[in-house]
Design a protein around this ligand. Sequence first.
Ligand SMILES: Cc1cc2nc3c(=O)[nH]c(=O)nc-3n(C[C@H](O)[C@H](O)[C@H](O)COP(=O)(O)OP(=O)(O)OC[C@H]3O[C@@H](n4cnc5c(N)ncnc54)[C@H](O)[C@@H]3O)c2cc1C
Length: 412
Amino acid sequence: MSKSVLISGAGIAGSTLGYWLCKFGYRVTIIERSPVPRLTGQTVDIRDEGRDVISRMGILDSIENLMTNESGLRFVDDDDTIRAEHPRAGGKKSFVTDIEILRADLCNILLNVNKEKIEYIYGDTITSYVEGDDNVDVGFKSGARRQFDLVFIAEGMRSRTRELVFGYVPVHHIGLYTAYFAIPYEEQDGNWVRWHNCVGGKSVLLRPDRQKTSRAYLYIRSNERGLDLKDRPEVIRFIQNTFQHDGWEVPRIIEGLRHAEDLYFEDLGQIKMKSWSRGRIAILGDAAYCATPISGMGTTLAIVGAYLLARSLLENPVHAQAFASYEKKMRPYVNKAQAYNPWTIRLEQPDTKPGINFFYTLKKIDQYPLINLVKSLFNSNKYDPDLLGDESLTTCQLAMTTKQRGGVSHDQ
Ligand SMILES: Cc1cc2nc3c(=O)[nH]c(=O)nc-3n(C[C@H](O)[C@H](O)[C@H](O)COP(=O)(O)OP(=O)(O)OC[C@H]3O[C@@H](n4cnc5c(N)ncnc54)[C@H](O)[C@@H]3O)c2cc1C
């Protein structure tokens, strides 16, 4: 029998890991708390190494077909005057990058890529586990019990199974709330992302998508924690009150919020863990190393982490060695993605009108290629170009390892 694995969480990290482990000959079960696939969410970025992984999965074309195709980012005044303009560009620092896709579309592609070979269980969660010498005995909320060779936690930032396995893990809040939801598209939304700051440490972004809706992103700088835990009517009231005196497209957006069915409100925070494995259980994606959406790297980290974890298991038959190898490769990548200066939050969400003007001026200066060239010369924050390793994870190695494991490679 080939080895069996349980992945908890059918989001971006979980479904990517499922694909690769299935390809490498494992029997894969994915359990998801939600009773149905969670095909919602606004625009997410896939950058550099993430793009390479999806290309290796053979789904780059499907993803490119569904891209939102925004032209770039504009910073605009109350009367929509453009104060700075940054066209779409590749790389990790650009706001609108090579691949921008709605999370819902990406999740749908990933869940379908190996659907018939993976066992999906919806509406259930892990409630207990006992690790033995050869497997993990897992108890589920539904009352079922099953054994797996390995277990993976890919449950997003607020993962509960993480606490069960690793104990309490604090969320490092960055002092910023975001609300995302869709509103009807209007002609002036064009195909650029528009970023507008409001006094009092707030900003509003409008992102058009190919479905002819516009995605509204509201940012609120605040030192108060727990607002995201309030119920939906209270959250809506809080947002309406916060933006009630603001101009530009804000009244239209706040009106749209009243009808939005997809409101997602979160208190942005990072997850930092000392170790990403315990015995036969490993953790990945936002659950392990959430970098917050302001990094623009959350989805890329989830995809790259899933690939490196699966590849480490292919290259190291002993799971403890595989987990150590995954962590060794992935940790520097995560550290760079999570690095940010706390003052950038203040700079990007100023309190006053002069502060907003100063920010727009910096963004204007930033749009000149020469400035970016000079900045890149001083930027020591370089990523490992060999992070993913050779693409031809040779058929020979795959076949050999799969044979040792007693499974059947799905490539064969
Ligand atoms: C509904 C939704 C909407 C999102 N919208 C945006 C967005 O608009 N912009 C943005 O930048 N990021 C968004 N994100 C976050 C983004 O998907 C992640 O930051 C990133 O892609 C990393 O993916 P992940 O797989 O680690 O986590 P996620 O994509 O968050 O996936 C985690 C999955 O685990 C499931 N889960 C949680 N707890 C359990 C449990 N106990 N047992 C089983 N399953 C569990 C969740 O239901 C979810 O399906 C959203 C996430 C979700 C779940």
